[in-house]
Structures are given as structure tokens and as C-alpha cells.
Ligand binder design. Structure first.
Ligand SMILES: [Zn+2]
Length: 833
């Protein structure tokens, strides 16, 4: 049924990309012992690392160790004989004194010092931020631990390790595994940490700083939490569900949490949402929040994500980066499974739809690629929305295909068989095949090894003579996707006589299915529980969609909302307006508001306005406020101003009000925003919303305020937001120059924001800057983005794209980039690593 095809994707690869395969192993690293001194004031590290290894092949006479930008002082066999070595700035090549035979063991000790530019990061007070606390933390994944430790730095070797770190005595040192001892001498304290279970070296962690902490026990596992002093209440708010999560993942996978302890540490200026270092996750302190923020902000997704990695990623680990979905999709999907367990089915379906939206945004705006893609230049490139949400949805589809109990048996088999080992996608497929007895190559071919996704169009009709319901389904996916998917789909048919459930299997481009049905059906629900990853459009009349708005299935209500949003008829506006206040679930209500924003009719605006005082959930409120922004009507001004100034509203609701006031060009918006611009709020949400509102207003004074907020004396999150806002001031030489400066900022978030601003401006004068960034930036994410934006500008230059199209596209980019920065800033931390 599935014909041979190959859909490698679109716009993902750049010229010169070549396939990447896992490294060859010359030696097996079994244990690593690092004894180092980290000077947090000097931003330096020095010491020695001993690698306990064995030869894999006969006649092994030399070997290489990853070590970037270090001073290598010595290489010894054991701790004795000096060895000859070469060092080229990225690898130490050591020449052994004899030829080793396969299995023969040896130890190698490397003496070194470094002032790392990457991998190990130092946060320090400066003249602008004297209150900032000294901290040092690392980020190993993907290939950055080699900047501060000479090690074997590739995931396909698992080793135990010991980290003996000396730091100034006033600081704590937090690392993986067990703390064996500490001792103090001459103002320095030495911390001896031991991780006695094998793992890949990118999961090695070190954190130095002043922290408060508390701990608890969960079924014999010690759970430890470190956070900035004074934030105990906020920490408890963030971490309260950790025990529930451990129990849930243990129960679901049938595999116990594999280690004796689990530590979570919140650090400042972290460059991801979180990092799943083995037994010791590092999290951004942006996830800590007060009670007001807790109205519509939660740390649960982040905490669940990093914890799930302890099984998927840490216990079993991709053998190379092309299989990264084996880490990230699983962590993303298990995040959602915990939501289902914790908050129920509706929230679960909502989370899946959010994953679908996030993936589709990347698919539509940037590129399509197979989930397992060999071609990349930086490993960071494959940590994208294909690896996270898309892969998560594919796992969800597989779970439904096999049935949940079978899926769980397969997961257990996979985890137990490969515990403490490395995996590739075929290992997972084989475990699932064994557990289910089914052949699954077709499934992995269509979803994992090819780009794209199914795009289904459905229609149905009932014939009163034959009493048959005919459902017609067509597969209309784009060129970048396999032409035909095999998809089992559930259909529920509801009539006065009750509800029947039918299973159908799609396996050709177009198929019709007939079901006996004595009465005209009231509702026909196609995949009502969202069991299959796909984009679905159903052709049906307005009355049908209005009925479907009260369908018990969340997925059907979402579908109805989207369909009615395109109708613009009085009936549709009426029905959506009613549903907006009657809908019990915020996820659907928020989508209703969004659909009504797109309608653009006065009626829709009036319904949104009259619904606003009646909605409770802050996320629905945010959606209404966002939707109102598309109406430049005098009547929206007063309610939005009132919300913006209401201190009992959630920070994020007020944030949205500021943005919408600007977008709607509301009179008096500027003065109101300026008055409250710097009031404290979670992660500066109100300040950032204010800046975005100002940038929408777009005047000289607004620009001055925004430019000022890019200066170093403001917090990084504010500077990043202000930097991105510069993208709304086209053709201004001063702005272009400032973006140039900010693109070289020491903080990753600011640099990425500068690139996003370039994407909005699409100014050819930015090309040389972008080209430079795509070569020289230390962060793979910035390099990739810069490359894409430069390509986009060149494309527009070539085509001489019509101005109007360009404007529309820019508006879309703006909204999406705003969301992206929110995700990066921890506003919506949905599993950034
Ligand atoms: Zn992750």
C-alpha cells in the first residue's frame, strides 16, 4: 500500500551539508576522574582529568581526546610516564608507549587550564547590576563540555565519573550523583562528587554559587532543590509535583527511577529552559514564580520534561544527534502524559493541539525535515520543533495504534534492554514490534524517516433512501510529505438513537466509507479523541458546526471553532459569541476568541467585548485581548486600559493588554504604558508587553524608550524583548546600527533577539551582519537562525516580492517571533532541551 518514496524535506539543508554519522570508537572510556579548581572570579579552570579506558581494537597506539581552546600542560600514562602528544586547539592526540591489544586497559592523565568561552558560563555582578549573584554553571549538550573538560565528548560512549571541584569556600558546588566528601583549606573548599552509573559525558554538570535548598524523600529517592536565597515559597510552588511525577513515570514505564537522588537547581541567565544532566537537572530561575503568576504560569511542564529525560535520554541515550528524538520527543510526550494524569483528558488534548500548532509553525514558516535527519552542521540544529512536539505526536499516534497497554510493554522492554546504553531508532522500533507482534517499518517510514504530515479533507452525507452515511476522505498533503499515509482513524456517529464508534483505515489517496444509519446523524466526529497526528479539515454546513460546538469531544469543538471562524456569517458569529462565554474548558474558549479575532467583522468584535467581563480563566482572557487587537475600534480602548492597570489581573493578561493597546493604536496607550512600564512582574512580563505595545505604536518617543531598554543596565529579558522590538522600525539607520551592536552581546537571548529583529526588517543592509553571525556566533541556534534570515532576505531581493505580501508576512513573523522569545524566556517553557 505504501509506495516507495523519499521525502527529505524542504529548506532544511543548506548547501554543503553532508550526512553525519556516529563517531568511531577507538577506546572505551569506563571512568573519568576530574580534579579541577574553578576560579569564579577569574572565570578560569585548571587541573587534571584522568581517563580510565580500554582499547577496542588491536594495535591501538594513539588516541584522541576532545579539548577545545585549552592550555595542555601534560599528558601522562596513569600518573607516571609523560607521553608525546599533539594539540590542535580542539583535540589532544596522545601517543601511547606501545601498541595495546583489544580489551587492554590503560589510564591517561591530562593536565590543563582554560578560560572557557562556551560550555562553562560565569554570571557576575557588574557596574550595571551590582545585585547580580556570582554563579558558574555548565551546559554540556550537545558538544560543549569539551570546552572545560578534556574528555571523550560524544554520546556513543557511556562512562561513570568523579568530579572533584575546588571553589572559593563561600560557594556551594552542585554536581551529579553522590557527594562523597568536602574539605576546606586556605579559603577554598573541595567537593568530591561521584556518579557511579554509566552515562554519556554531555550530562556532566557543575554548578557553583550561593543557594538555599530543601529536600524531601520519595520512595527512597532523595529529592533536592537548590534556588536563589529568599525564594523558598516560589521554589515550593514550582517543584511541588516532583514526587507525583516520579511515581507516575515509574508506574507508567514499569521502570523505577534509576538513581538514588534527583536534584533540581535554578540558575540565573541560563541559556535553555532546562537541561537534564544526570540526576541533577539545571533549570532557569525564570521558572520560579509568585502566587499571582501562578494563575496562568506553571513550572510543571518544564519539571516533568527534565525528569522524564532521566529515563529517556539519560538511562537510554541517542547514539548520535540524528536520533535526538529518542530523547526529546519522549520527554515532550511524557510531559503531556503527566498532564493527563494530573489534570485530565481535556488538558491533555489541549497540550497535544498546542504541540501540533508549534510544529506547524516551524513547518510552515521555516522548513520540513524527517524526524531522523542525518544532514546538519551543528548538532543544535536538530533540537527543533520536529524533534520535540512533532516527535511527541508521532509517539502518541503509535500509542494509539498499538493500544496503551501494549505501548507501555514496549516502552518497558526498550528501557530495560538498553538501560545504561545507547540507542538508535531501530532499537525502539524493534522493542515495539516485539511487544506488539506487529511489523512497524511502514509506520516509522512514513512518520520518522520522511518529512511532512498527513493533511486530510473529509466530507460526509446521509442518504435517506438507503439509510447509509457516506464518509469521504482525501489525503491532500503537500509535496514535501509522503503522498499516501496509512492511518487508522476512529469515527463516532451520533444520532437520536445513540452513539456508535467505528474504526476505519485510510490507505489510499481517496476513500469512501459507508455506514448504516437509520436516522440522519446529528454529529459525525472524525478522530474525536485526537489519536492520530494529522491536520484535518471537514467540509460541513454551518448548522452542523454550530451543533458540534457542544460536542463532548474537545477535538471536535476545536475543529468546529476553526471552521466557523472562516464562515463570517451572522449565524457563525452568533454561535461563537455564545460559545465563548458558555464553553467550560479554557483551551477551547481561547481558540474561539482567536477565531473571532480573525473574522474581522464588527459583530465579532462586539461579541468579544461583551464576552470579556464574563470569562474567568486568564488564558481565555489573554486570547480575547489578543483577538481584540485586530480591531482598531474606539470601543476596545477603555476595557484594555482598565485591564492593563488592574493589579489583580495576572501579569500575562496585563502583558497582553499592553501589546493589544499598541496594535490597535489606541488613544492614550502610550502614556498609560509609559506610566507602568517598570512595575515589577514575573519575568518582566508587563515591561515586555509595554515595550511591544510601544513598538506597535511606532513613534519617535516610543523608539527612544525601546532603544534605552536595550542598554546593559536593564535585565537580560527586558533587553532581549527591546532588541526584538527594534524590528518594528524599518529603514532607520540608527536602529540598524544598534542591532549590529546587540548581535554581538554577551547574552545569548539578546543575540537571538537581534537576529529575530533582522527577520522582521528584512533589510538587505543586514546581510553582511547575518552572514558573519552564521559563521562566528558561539551558539548553534543563533548561527542557524542567522543563516535562515539571510536566505530569506536574499530570496526577497531576487523575487522583488510585492510590498503588500511582504507586509503581511512580516506581521505573521512578528507574532510568531514574539511567541518564540516567550518560549525562550521561560514565558512558555515548553521543553527547550
Ligand atoms: Zn529535553
Amino acid at each position: 500500500v505504501i509506495l516507495p518514496y523519499s521525502k527529505p524535506g524542504r529548506d532544511y539543508e543548506f548547501p554543503g551539508y553532508s550526512p553525519q554519522y556516529a563517531r568511531d570508537l577507538v577506546y572505551r572510556l569506563k571512568h573519568l576522574k576530574a580534579d579541577v579548581r574553578i576560579d569564579i572570579f577569574e572565570r578560569s579552570i585548571a587541573g587534571q582529568v584522568t581517563l580510565f579506558a580500554s582499547a577496542i581494537r588491536d594495535k591501538t597506539s594513539w588516541l584522541e581526546v576532545d579539548a577545545v581552546d585549552m592550555k595542555i600542560s601534560s599528558v601522562k600514562l596513569g600518573h607516571g610516564t609523560d607521553l608525546k602528544f599533539d594539540y590542535d586547539g580542539s583535540k589532544v592526540r596522545a601517543f601511547l608507549p606501545k601498541e595495546y591489544t583489544a580489551g587492554e586497559e590503560f589510564a591517561l592523565t591530562i593536565g590543563y587550564s582554560a578560560r572557557p568561552k562556551k560550555g562553562l558560563y560565569f554570571v557576575a555582578p557588574d557596574e550595571h547590576h551590582p545585585e547580580r549573584r556570582l554563579q558558574c554553571w555548565n551546559q554540556g549538550e550537545a558538544e560543549a563540555n569539551r570546552y572545560w573538560l578534556p574528555i571523550y565528548d560524544y554520546p556513543n560512549n557511556k562512562t561513570t565519573h568523579e568530579l572533584i571541584v575546588s571553589a572559593h569556600a563561600q560557594f556551594a558546588v552542585i554536581s551529579n550523583g553522590d557527594l562523597l566528601s568536602t574539605r576546606e583549606r586556605d579559603g577554598w573548599r573541595t567537593w568530591h562528587w561521584m556518579m557511579d552509573r554509566p552515562h554519556s559525558t554531555y550530562m556532566i554538570s557543575v554548578i557553583i554559587g550561593e543557594f538555599e535548598s530543601y529536600w524531601e524523600e520519595c520512595d527512597g529517592i532523595r529529592l533536592v532543590y537548590y534556588f536563589p536565597p529568599g525564594r523558598l515559597e516560589d521554589a515550593k510552588r514550582s517543584f511541588s509535583k516532583t514526587s507525583d511525577m516520579i511515581r507516575f513515570f515509574t508506574e507508567y514505564t514499569g521502570v523505577k527511577y534509576p538513581y538514588a537522588s534527583y536534584t533540581q537547581t535554578c540558575v540565573s541567565e541560563f541559556i535553555y529552559g532546562g537541561m537534564e544532566n544526570i540526576t541533577a537537572a539545571t533549570l532557569t530561575d525564570a521558572t520560579l514564580h509568585d502566587e499571582l503568576a501562578h494563575l496562568d504560569f506553571s513550572s510543571d511542564p518544564l519539571v516533568a520534561h527534565e525528569l522524564a529525560h532521566q529515563w529517556f535520554g539519560d538511562l537510554v541515550t541517542n547514539k548520535d544527534w540524528s536520533h535526538i528524538w529518542l530523547n526529546e520527543s519522549f520527554a515532550t510526550y511524557f510531559e503531556n502524559l503527566f498532564v493527563r494524569n494530573d489534570k485530565g483528558e481535556e488538558e491533555f488534548i489541549e497540550a497535544l493541539f498546542e504541540d501540533l500548532d508549534t510544529y506547524l509553525e516551524e513547518y510552515r514558516r521555516r522548513y520540513a525535515r524527517p524526524i531522523v535527519a542525518k544532514a546538519y552542521t551543528d548538532p543544535e540544529e536538530v533540537f527543533d520543533m520536529h524533534a520535540y512536539p512533532k516527535g511527541g505526536l508521532v509517539l502518541h499516534t503509535l500509542m494509539n495504534l498499538l493500544g496503551e497497554q501494549t505501548f507501555r510493554r514496549g516502552i518497558k522492554l526498550y528501557l530495560e534492554r538498553h538501560a545504561y546504553g545507547n540507542v538508535e531508532t531501530d532499537d525502539f522500533r524493534r522493542a515495539m514490534e516485539e511487544a506488539s507482534g506487529r511489523s512497524l517499518e511502514w509506520f516509522f517510514d512514513q512518520f520518522v524517516y520522511n518529512a511532512g504530515h498527513p493533511m486530510l479533507k473529509a466530507s460526509y452525507s446521509w442518504d435517506p433512501d438507503s439509510k447509509l452515511l457516506k464518509i469521504q476522505l482525501r489525503q491532500e498533503q503537500a509535496e514535501d510529505s509522503p503522498p499516501v499515509y496509512r492511518l487508522p482513524i476512529e469515527v463516532k456517529i451520533r444520532s437520536g438513537l445513540g452513539e456508535t464508534k467505528r474504526g476505519i483505515v485510510l490507505e489510499s489517496k481517496e476513500q469512501s466509507f459507508f455506514f448504516p444509519c437509520d436516522e440522519r446523524p446529528e454529529m459525525v466526529c472524525i478522530d474525536p479523541d485526537f489519536k492520530v497526528f494529522k491536520v484535518l479539515q471537514v467540509e460541513a454546513g454551518v448548522e452542523n458546526w454550530i451543533r458540534q460546538l457542544s460536542c463532548p469531544h474537545v477535538a471536535c469543538r476545536i475543529l468546529a471553532t476553526q471552521a466557523l471562524g472562516k464562515e463570517k456569517s451572522n449565524l457563525a458569529v452568533e454561535a461563537l459569541g455564545r460559545a465563548l462565554v458558555e464553553e467550560k474548558f479554557w483551551g477551547v474558549a481561547a481558540r474561539i476568541a482567536k477565531a473571532m479575532g480573525r473574522m474581522g467583522t464588527t459583530d465579532a468584535m462586539e461579541k468579544l467585548l461583551s464576552g470579556l467581563p464574563h470569562v474567568r480563566h486568564p488564558k481565555t482572557k489573554r486570547a480575547i485581548i489578543q483577538a481584540l487587537a485586530s480591531y482598531r475600534d474606539e470601543r476596545i480602548r477603555q476595557p484594555l486600559l482598565a485591564i492593563f492597570s488592574d493589579t489583580s489581573e495576572s501579569y500575562y493578561v496585563r502583558h497582553e493588554a499592553a501589546v493589544s493597546l499598541g496594535k490597535a493604536q489606541a488613544k492614550g496607550a502610550r502614556d498609560t504604558i509609559l506610566k507602568s512600564l517598570d512595575i515589577p512582574s514575573h519575568n518582566y512580563a508587563i515591561t515586555i508587553g509595554g515595550l511591544q505595545g510601544l513598538s506597535e505604536l511606532g513613534g519617535e518617543e516610543e523608539l527612544r524608550v525601546i532603544m534605552e531598554r536595550t542598554e546593559p543596565r536593564y535585565p537580560t529579558l527586558v533587553r532581549a524583548a527591546a532588541t526584538q522590538c527594534l524590528g518594528k522600525f524599518p529603514g532607520n539607520l540608527k536602529v540598524l546600527r544598534r542591532i549590529g551592536e546587540l548581535s554581538k552581546d554577551q547574552f545569548f537571548r539578546v543575540r537571538v533577539a537581534a537576529v529575530l529583529a533582522c527577520e522582521e526588517l528584512l533589510d538587505q543592509r543586514l546581510l553582511s551582519l547575518l552572514d558573519e553571525l552564521s559563521e562566528t556566533d558561539l551558539d548553534g541556534r543563533v548561527r542557524r537562525r542567522a543563516k535562515e534570515v539571510a536566505r530569506r532576505i536574499r530570496k526577497h531581493l531576487e523575487k522583488g516580492t510585492e510590498y503588500k505580501v511582504l507586509r503581511e508576512e512580516i506581521q505573521e513573523i512578528r507574532d510568531q517571533n514574539r511567541r518564540l522569545l516567550e518560549r525562550l524566556s521561560g514565558g512558555e517553557i515548553k521543553g527547550m532541551s
